[in-house]
Design a protein around this ligand. Structure first.
Ligand code: NAD
Ligand code: TDX
Length: 345
């Protein structure tokens, strides 16, 4: 099996690559990533270093932008992939509010390029990694409501609008061209290699540095948190056993208010809650996300395995053990890593 995984130097996709190489050592995994600010080559470098215990000979890294049609087609001619899993995206809501354009480029046009390549060269599965944010939000006072796969698309931010547009395009390619597609819509992930601009890693890193912990508005917004490894396992299941043309919601039934998350992190790390700083709210801030994962459970047998109390401790421990990884992001050095690596080889 030869799998192209896009966005592999980012958070979820790098975890997915480690998961797949560990579970299927005979698979070839080809990572496509153009290394935006969110891509960190040091995350993947150990897989390519012969002296590293994580070295894997069936892995290839290609620095390519998924919007670069010629380069993507060239790669398909070289690799003849069986499966494509498209994680590559601009993923941060706050950045989409400041500058939507690149979100439309990568998240919509990039998806089209990847699917066109799949049509042209033939694949057995194109999987689109999407988000619960395509459903918009739920009210805070209706805990009985959840997003199902039938919930109408109703987006709030330029980020979620771009992801929803891509989802519609994916379903159009299924209906029009019979492209064998699947889509997963997952809730908020947390775990190792999470870029410290998102709530959980930002709060961990700031707390470790005794810096203020910014909470938007009153911290009452609710997110449904899932440990990243559980998301990776769900995608693994979908690409192997999912049904063409289907959408699968993925979530941990683990709803928490932002302020409670921040308090838990302070407690586990042993820092005072006085670091918490309430700041101006996000524009159009979604109130509550809550996924109903019944379909993927009933049809494919997936269940989240990691309890939040366990997952958050593992995550904090990872940030304690891997200071170099996030300190190089804060200093900006991580962006030179690929250059150094290229020169060394
Ligand atoms: P991330 O921002 O950590 O990583 C994105 C990766 O994509 C980076 O390595 C970046 O360099 C790469 N990339 C960006 N534009 C590219 C382009 N044009 N060509 C090639 N590579 C490009 O993202 P993440 O949080 O790991 O999210 C991955 C996917 O999962 C996204 O599609 C996102 O919408 C979806 N998702 C994320 C979450 C979450 O909680 N983080 C939840 C549900 C769904
Ligand atoms: O400094 C902060 N303070 C704060 O209160 C940040 C960065 C966030 N927040 C709030 C906003 C949200 O209610 O915390 C919550 C989580 O924010 P993010 O970590 O930015 O995630 P969110 O906006 O929920 O989106 C995430 O989950 C769905 C991912 O970034 C998306 O890519 C994914 O699709």
């Amino acid at each position: 099996m030869n799998i192209i995984v896009t966005g592999g130097a980012g958070f979820i996709s790098s975890n997915f690559i480690y998961h797949m190489l560990g579970k299927y050592p005979d698979y070839r995994i080809v990572c496509v990533d153009c290394l935006t600010y969110a891509g960190n080559f040091s995350t993947l470098a150990p897989i390519m270093e012969k002296e590293s215990p994580k070295y894997h000979e069936n892995f290839r890294f290609c620095r390519i932008n998924i919007c670069d049609r010629a380069a993507i087609y060239q790669l398909f001619e070289e690799e003849h992939p069986d499966i494509v899993v498209n994680f590559a995206a601009e993923s941060h809501v706050d950045r989409s509010i400041k500058n939507p354009e690149v979100f439309l480029q990568t998240n919509i046009f990039g998806t089209q390029v990847m699917m066109d390549a799949c049509r042209k060269y033939g694949i057995t599965r194109y999987h689109q990694v999407s988000t619960d944010e395509v459903y918009g939000d739920l009210p805070l006072d209706r805990p009985d409501l959840f997003f199902t796969e039938e919930t109408p698309i109703h987006t709030s931010s330029p980020y979620s609008a771009s992801k929803a547009s891509a989802d519609l395009l994916v379903l159009a390619y299924y209906r029009t061209y019979d492209l064998p597609v699947t889509i997963s819509r997952c809730s908020n992930n947390y775990g190792p290699y999470h870029f410290p601009e998102k709530l959980i890693p930002l709060v961990i890193v700031n707390a470790l540095n005794d810096k203020p912990l910014p909470v938007y508005g009153k911290g009452q917004n609710v997110r449904d948190w899932l440990y990243v490894e559980d998301h990776c396992k769900a995608i693994d299941l979908i690409i192997h056993t999912g049904k063409d043309g289907e959408v699968y919601n993925i979530g941990g039934h683990n709803e928490m208010k932002n302020i409670d998350i921040v308090r838990i992190i302070c407690k586990v790390i042993g820092k005072p809650e006085s670091l918490i700083t309430f700041v101006t709210d996000r524009k159009g801030h979604d109130l509550r996300y809550a996924i109903d994962p019944a379909k993927i459970h009933n049809e494919l047998g997936w269940l989240p395995e990691t309890k939040f109390e366990e997952g958050i401790k593992k995550t904090i421990q990872w940030y304690l053990d891997n200071r170099e990884w996030w300190e190089s992001i804060i200093s900006g050095d991580y962006q030179n890593y690929y250059k150094k690596y290229e020169n060394r080889r």
